[in-house]
Design a protein around this ligand. Structure first.
Ligand SMILES: Cc1cc2nc3c(=O)[nH]c(=O)nc-3n(C[C@H](O)[C@H](O)[C@H](O)COP(=O)(O)OP(=O)(O)OC[C@H]3O[C@@H](n4cnc5c(N)ncnc54)[C@H](O)[C@@H]3O)c2cc1C
Length: 548
């Protein structure tokens, strides 16, 4: 028999990530409601993945874009989004959310964040330009000054007075087992205190699932692996949070909710083992260098289309997943790494996270020596050597069998280097062409080397990084309408049941389709959360009027 607690909440939110916190903030600021946030993680980690996020956001028609003379608009963003997403005709709600995002990101996300006192770096980045299908036709990736860390801290601080007044109650290290429906309406939620293994029921007429995606479980990633790509790689790293295990999605499905597009994921091709792993298989996602040579397990350049980051993340994952072995190599030199290599997230970008302007300027001008030294010191996947022979030897030592022949490796590198060494206007190499295109945009010019060969006595030592696919975001999830209400398989909302953030596939159960323009995740969480809160507020107003 499950214990029934007396406390009744106007709204119970499962998940204290960005989506859950924003829903709560909006409700608390605009109503007198009493809210409970149930979160599986510890109090110190409140904020979910956003706390570790870099804070990049796809936004359009902003002041930062205008200052850089970037002519963008919701219509252009929508066109790019649709081209990249490759929606199916049946994707009614994902398309509606793509429309909602592109139309309203400026007001509901950008202006809202600014109203919280947050700001963006002046440099707007150009990511996901598209390889074969067009992606972002203009730069629109805005980086939050302070990263996701600052975003979360700011929102928690805004919530603090409500917690002090007793209108907001946090249940940390608690798990929502299942919401319950009575006569077609949400009536209660079963919660497990995971520390003390005590289960109880809380009454409510409004439940918001903000429990994150399903990619925190590698079993889920493998189970839902995109079928046309064949079997999933035998080795994958985990770049999400195992606490978000997808179990609540299943409960919502049992209530009649529709879960869609689980095979659409936003994984990354360049993961390394996290040197300070918090769980088995924990990985770090690198933003790989454009000037590095990307090789298979035998040291052969992957192709014929060389792998270059910044154009189509999904293409990179597809190519890597199709290889014989589950790991690849990026070979470069110290100069390239210092200028181009980065790690995604707040943890490895302290200058931006801690708002250290001088540090950021130094890194932009002289390269990120600190990061490269740190990786060389801490990561077993990051190998440094003074010669190609020694590098090949070190590469072979990381695998059970020796796959790398140093002479063959030297030939592969020499073929590429010789193209760059031909001199201005004479190289004929797709990677060199993409690098030269990337450098046309001033922000990329600052952090992309100009035709830099790998073997160069002035640029050493040499570096090889062992990379694996790393899971990150679920693009699919619970199907919702524009009010973030969960829909049943007749397309009708389940009264009192909402889903926001990554759990809802950032809106509609898959707002990104096959591909994200990148940076649509944090913003998508904020948008779906704010829409849910407005719908809950509107429903309560209607109820109050009816009672009167
Ligand atoms: C390193 C890193 C860098 C990133 N960088 C960016 C970026 O630059 N730009 C961008 O747009 N996105 C980025 N992302 C992705 C983005 O951070 C996430 O998509 C987003 O934060 C998801 O927020 P959420 O609130 O939906 O879910 P989550 O952050 O996953 O939060 C879900 C919460 O629900 C809790 N929970 C799960 N199940 C239950 C349950 N049954 N009961 C109660 N609680 C439960 C969990 O404890 C968790 O706290 C990054 C992610 C990572 C990991």
């Amino acid at each position: 028999m499950v214990e029934k607690l007396q406390n009744e909440y106007d709204c119970i939110i499962a998940g204290g990530g960005i989506a859950g916190l924003v829903t709560a903030l909006e409700l608390l600021e605009q109503t007198q409601q009493k809210i409970c946030i149930v979160d599986r993680d510890t109090k110190a980690r409140l904020g979910g993945l956003a706390r570790w996020a870099f804070g990049g956001m796809a936004l359009c028609a902003t002041k930062e874009q205008r200052r850089s003379k970037i002519d963008d608009s919701p219509a252009l963003m929508l066109r790019d989004w649709q081209q990249f997403a490759q929606f199916e005709p049946s994707d009614i709600w994902p398309k509606a959310w793509a429309d909602e995002y592109t139309q309203h990101n400026h007001k509901k996300v950008y202006c809202w964040l600014k109203s919280l006192g947050l700001s963006f770096l002046p440099a707007v980045n150009w990511v996901e330009r598209g390889l074969y299908s067009a992606g972002n036709s203009v730069p629109r990736y805005h980086v939050l000054w302070g990263t996701g860390w600052e975003l979360i801290e700011r929102i928690i601080a805004k919530l603090a007075p409500y917690a002090a007044q007793g209108r907001l109650h946090y249940l940390h290290q608690h798990k929502v087992i299942a919401p319950h429906v009575t006569q077609g309406v949400i009536s209660a939620v079963t919660v497990l205190d995971e520390k003390n293994q005590r289960q109880f029921e809380l009454a409510t007429h409004c439940f918001v699932a903000a429990c994150g995606g399903i990619n925190g479980s590698l079993d889920n990633v493998k189970k839902h692996w995109y079928k046309p790509w064949g079997a999933p790689p035998t080795q994958l790293l985990n770049g999400a949070n195992p606490i978000s295990d997808g179990k609540l999605h299943q409960q919502i499905s049992q209530l009649g909710g529709v879960i869609t597009h689980s095979d659409k994921m936003w994984n990354y091709a360049a993961g390394i083992e996290h040197p300070q792993a918090e769980f088995a298989g924990h990985g770090l996602s690198l933003i790989p260098s454009k000037s590095a040579l990307w090789l298979d397990h035998q040291g052969q350049r992957i192709g014929p289309q060389p792998l270059v980051t910044g154009f189509d993340t999904r293409f990179l994952c597809e190519q890597v997943a199709a290889l014989e072995q589950p790991w690849t190599w990026q070979v470069m030199n110290w100069k390239i790494a210092k200028k181009e290599l980065a790690v995604s997230g707040s943890q490895h970008n302290p200058s931006i996270r801690d708002k250290n302007l001088l540090g950021l300027v130094k890194e932009s001008l002289f390269g990120n020596e600190r990061l490269i030294k740190q990786l060389a010191r801490e990561s077993a996947d990051f190998l440094v050597a003074d010669s190609l022979e020694l590098l090949a030897q070190k590469m072979n030592e990381t695998t059970i069998e020796s796959h790398i022949d140093s002479t063959f490796l030297a030939q592969q590198i020499e073929q590429y280097d010789s193209q760059l060494n031909r001199g201005k206007g004479l190289s004929n190499d797709d990677q060199a062409r993409r690098i030269s295109h990337a450098r046309q945009w001033k922000v990329d010019r600052m952090r992309t080397c100009k035709a830099q060969p790998i073997v160069d006595a002035k640029a050493g030592p040499l570096i090889a990084i062992k990379l694996r696919l790393i899971s990150r975001k679920s693009l699919g999830g619970v199907q919702t309408n524009l009010q973030s209400q969960v829909l049943n398989n007749h397309g009708q909302p389940i009264i009192g049941l909402y889903c926001v953030g990554e759990a809802a596939g950032f809106g509609g159960g898959g707002a990104s389709g096959l591909r994200s323009l990148e940076g649509t995740f944090l913003a998508g969480c904020i948008l779906t959360a704010r829409n849910a809160a407005q719908a809950i507020i509107a429903t309560n107003k209607t109820k109050t009027k009816t009672i009167k």
